[in-house]
Unconditional design. Structure first.
Length: 476
């Protein structure tokens, strides 16, 4: 079964022995026999997504060879979209000169993102492969705080002056815009480099060439500051529907731009990290299939141990109510039902609030609105489950005497306990992310397993407290 099917689309091929279909076995055979010219010829008209798929399915020691066989036309595009582990292997396995060519050719923001994920000694070695100018730019970007907008931006943009004519501006763009990250938006700066406007390129195309840039300016623009957090950039892009945004310092000087492709990759990474945290796992800094086994175990075991120790408090709570359980063994039958319902409701609430906060739908100022909403939600959901729980006890009583002569009290205990536990679960799950955010921690740390563990312990206290109140003077 081919790992990737690729049909050669060239119409002017005269030799019949051109390889038209490549799979893992064929690539391996070509590399083993040293027929690198055939490999280059076969990959000549492939698109970068197709190449990425091929690279991902060949053996690791063959990835650099396949990558080196690419034409300059798609080589840089392909490197940009490879995952970090594959990028590191390719740079490691390529000859120094070819690795230097790649690092010098990729966009500064992409290069900075790549280097930011490497260890210090490797970064120092790769920096030596850069040209003087690219090294200066890279060191400048790496000098900004980690996870800041400064690390994401690229200095490759087009800036003009407001007193230029439209024709003069277009001539400048034609000469200087060839290697820029994007020319969809042109930036207007003053003599000090301070950003005063941004103008879409289409605005230049529908006005007289004799007009001044100032004639089409409106003075309204959205920007990021160089020290903004990466996550802030996601929200700004989402709200403003832009392909690029300027980055300024505290004096308003234009330093670079952030483009939508970088923000999309960042959003994917942030969502992945949040999902991992919500699942009770430390963030994986490498792809799942590339991370060493014991490193993966370390990241998974930490939270499991913490949650296990937390669940041990359940046994402590059960021991505290040992006498009540001895007098009414029937209460023990419903312990799993009670604590699982509270944990499930808490997990639901925490997941909804964490995601709403990530999308900017909920902020710290909304805490009271969230609490009121979850109080009513908890009461409603708890009542629904409470009625079902009561009916379950009542129905079983028609066929069995397992609940004894006081089945009505047992049903009431189950019903009211479910209301209390579900209400507490929804409040805990919704408020904990907001509390963590207020304390400067990541809300995603209030993961579903963590909330479930918290509610399991407190749910037992609620359950047996309700039981002691309702059954006092009868069974208890």
């Amino acid at each position: 079964m081919p790992c990737l099917h690729q049909t050669n689309r060239k119409q002017d091929i005269n030799h019949a022995d051109m390889i038209r279909d490549l799979n893992k076995a064929e690539v391996h055979d070509i590399i083993e026999t040293g027929r690198y010219d055939e490999l280059k010829e076969a990959l000549d008209d492939w698109l970068s997504p197709e190449v990425v798929e091929l690279i991902n399915c060949v053996d690791e020691h063959e990835q650099a060879i396949v990558f080196n066989a690419l034409s300059p036309r798609i080589l840089i595009k392909t490197f940009k979209v490879l995952d970090l582990g594959t990028q590191k292997r390719i740079i490691r396995d390529l000859p120094h000169q070819e690795a230097a060519n790649i690092l010098n050719e990729i966009q500064p923001d992409d290069r900075t993102e790549f280097l930011s994920e490497l260890h210090g000694e490797i970064v120092n070695a790769l920096l030596k492969l850069l040209s003087d100018e690219e090294r200066r730019v890279t060191l400048s970007l790496l000098g900004y705080p980690e996870h800041s907008v400064g690390r994401m931006m690229t200095p490759d943009y087009v800036a003009i002056r407001k007193d230029w004519s439209i024709q003069q501006s277009l001539d400048f763009i034609r000469v200087n815009g060839q290697d820029k990250e994007t020319i969809n938006v042109i930036y207007v700066v003053d003599e000090k480099g301070i950003l005063i406007d941004d103008i879409r390129i289409r605005e230049f195309l529908f006005v007289s060439p004799d007009k001044k840039v100032s004639d089409i300016m409106d003075g309204r623009f959205t920007y990021l500051t160089v020290t903004d957090a990466e996550e802030d950039a996601i929200g700004v892009f989402r709200k403003n529907n832009r392909v690029a945004l300027p980055v300024i310092d505290f004096q308003g000087i234009l330093l670079g731009i952030v483009t939508i492709d970088d923000v999309l990759r960042l959003a994917q990474r942030e969502e992945t990290e949040d999902i991992q945290k919500i699942g009770g796992v430390e963030v994986l800094d490498e792809p799942y299939m590339d991370i060493p086994f014991f490193k993966l175990m370390k990241k998974r075991s930490g939270w499991l141990i913490i949650l296990f120790l937390g669940e041990m408090l359940t046994a402590t709570a059960m021991g505290y109510f040992e006498d009540e359980i001895a007098k009414a063994v029937v209460l023990a039958l419903f312990v799993p039902l009670i604590i699982s319902s509270g944990g499930n409701s808490g997990s639901q609430a925490s997941t909804l609030i964490i995601r709403a906060m990530a999308l900017g739908e909920v902020t710290l100022r909304d805490w009271w609105r969230v609490m009121k909403r979850e109080i009513f939600s908890g009461l409603f959901l708890g009542s629904v489950l409470g009625v079902i729980g009561f009916l379950r006890v009542a129905t079983w009583t028609l066929f069995t005497t397992i609940y004894g002569p006081h089945w009505l009290l047992v049903g009431l205990v189950v019903g009211f306990s479910l209301i209390g536990v579900v209400l507490w679960g929804t409040l805990s799950g919704s408020m904990l992310p907001l509390i963590l955010k207020k304390c400067g921690a990541d809300p995603a740390v209030s993961s579903a397993p963590f909330v479930a563990t918290l509610v399991d312990v407190t749910g037992l206290v609620i359950y047996f407290t309700v039981a002691m109140t309702i059954m006092r003077g009868t069974i208890l």
